[in-house]
Design a protein around this ligand. Structure first.
Ligand code: ATP
Ligand code: ATP
Ligand code: MG
Ligand code: MG
Lengths: 155, 162, 155, 162
């Protein structure tokens, strides 16, 4: 168990450092193994956006937190690709430039992991291969509005 | 393995039978506030065996069954089926396509099926263990939850074997 | 004290019902006074988006929760206008149509309350009289990038 | 009463003296993630006497003082001044313009000033009581916090006298 954990940890830590720098367009991040008082191993996350000091996660802005978390998720998917992954508005706090960087990284991961993303962001929608529109009727029932197949242009 | 189809009937706001066909690559789901997008993500989590109703914004089984509206009567059952492609044989079952179905009744009873055959929750969890539960569905507003966890709580993310 | 509370409560409850219906383009909402076990008065919020049943707040979607909360805030400001109010990305979870409705309501309230809003939403920015751009330098220092005075058109 | 000016120096990421002039109506603040927008909202709350560092994403006084970067040394003090127009006489002081200043040092000492004269926190809170603390600043991600409160916790919103 500890063997397996250490191998995976090492690979994810390396992937996280690389993905963080890609998504932030610079900066540094690290994963550290820490021991708590009872000797159980835990994982610490250090994040340093470009131009800033290494600081506690609590000082990160709303968007920086979301981007750091997405970098970790993508790093785990790079090492242990899950067959599919559903993301519900993970881009809500991101500015335009960061939405585009996340979308591009998503596209790079999409050959090993199938993604279903709920979003309100135009840039994320543009990166999708297929689109489903959901609507709520006056009767309180959700229905699928339309399906844009890959070949069609958006209306 | 990949996601091929999702069918909902009576799950939360999906009162009428609704089918989603998923292609490889990226599928985006869009729509106005309150239209039912997060309900779809929750349907997937529920079908995979989720037992915590709090993580589905409810308190008990009944909360996932269509509760009716001004124009429609409540339903008595919620059913979600998730079809996975198993050509690669990654999932521990001898089928090239696996459909996991979960049904719930107002009595609180939950039933699980794999390819139409009644099974126990334990069987479903055994099949889906290799999907990486911890990060298969990231709920709305929860993307940065991992940053708020204590260090020892994050171990689970790394223990999922390839 | 109870006299004052009841007067304000009544007025805010009425304003909340009206503002909710404006922001949601329909539906109903209510504020109720409730007594807890020790006899202390509390306030319950009931929200019923258009076409839906009256339901627990927990079932509302992310955007419906934000919109309901904004309706309550605006109702309080209508009854007890605060001289100024600072809103940090209250529109993050809202879809385009709801952002526009919130912006329009904000403009209607702006003659009695001064607003400073942090936002990434184009529709909200279009409703502003003045614009401040903030940028973070490579040295980790925030600076004010530009100020669009009311008379100028956006760049 | 209205907000006329906000001046920051050494507060969080605002290492250099920065002044915001506010007009009546709506002022929008925009900028990339991490540029310092929420720090501005927190500067206002801090100047008005906020004592809970947790609501300023910190733990103690030092966390609001510019901590330095690769290119800049840390500062020893944070100062925020908030100027309010008091032509209407709503605020209980005989001035047509009131500037509330808060300073903090790495020692943990906090100082408060009104129109340049040193005062106590209690004096600041007395002046600002009529501003409606509960809803003067709505922090990022906290818009729907009122929905998560218990009914008796919401009383405060209604007790603020006109
Ligand atoms: N058991 C149920 N029966 C009927 N409707 C339900 C049930 N549970 C939830 N709903 C409805 O589903 C709606 C919420 O849907 P959901 O959270 O999926 O919206 P969304 O599309 O994600 O919106 P947003 O963009 O705001 O996040 C609520 O308005 C609620 O009325
Ligand atoms: N004491 C401090 N000294 C220096 N920098 C600080 C200090 N406290 C916070 N910061 C910096 O401020 C930044 C966060 O700023 P803020 O939260 O205001 O961003 P924002 O513009 O609101 O971004 P978002 O759009 O993502 O919400 C952090 O990256 C952090 O480095
Ligand atoms: Mg949602
Ligand atoms: Mg912010």
């Amino acid at each position: 168990m500890a063997e397996e954990f250490n191998r995976t940890f090492g690979e994810v830590a390396a992937a996280f450092e690389a993905t963080f720098t890609t998504l932030f367009g610079g900066g540094k991040a690290k994963l550290l193994q820490v021991q708590d008082d009872d000797g159980a191993t835990g994982v610490d996350i250090l994040a340093q956006p470009p131009g800033k000091r290494l600081q506690s996660l609590a000082l990160l802005s709303g968007g920086e937190r979301a981007l750091t978390a997405v970098a970790l998720l993508f790093a785990i998917l790079k090492v242990n690709p899950s067959p599919f992954c559903i993301l519900d508005e993970v881009d809500a706090a991101l500015d335009e430039a960061n939405v585009v960087r996340v979308r591009d990284e998503l596209k790079a991961l999409a050959d090993r992991t199938q993604f279903v993303v709920v979003t309100h962001n135009r840039a994320t929608i543009e990166g999708a291969d297929t689109l489903y529109g959901i609507t709520m009727g006056d009767d309180g029932v959700s229905r699928v509005l339309s399906l844009r197949l890959p070949a069609e242009a958006p209306a | 393995t990949r996601l091929k189809r999702l069918e909902l009937h009576g799950f939360k706001s999906f009162a009428t039978p609704t089918t989603f066909v998923f292609d490889p690559g990226i599928t985006a789901i869009i729509g106005p506030n309150g239209s039912g997008k997060s309900n779809i993500a929750e349907a997937v989590r529920w079908a995979l065996g989720e037992q915590s109703y709090a993580s589905l914004r409810g308190r008990r089984t009944e909360d996932v069954i269509f509760a009716g509206s001004a124009a429609r009567a409540p339903l008595g059952m919620a059913e979600v089926s998730l079809t996975l492609d198993n050509e690669s044989g990654d999932l521990p079952l001898p089928f090239s396509e696996i459909t996991i179905t979960r049904r719930a009744y107002r009595s609180g009873e939950n039933q699980y099926f794999i390819n139409g055959a009644r099974v126990r929750l334990k069987d479903v969890l055994q099949v889906t263990a290799s999907l990486g539960q911890a990060y298969t569905v990231i709920g709305q507003g929860l993307v940065d939850a991992v940053l708020s966890q204590r260090p020892e709580e994050r171990r689970g993310l790394f223990e999922h074997a390839a």
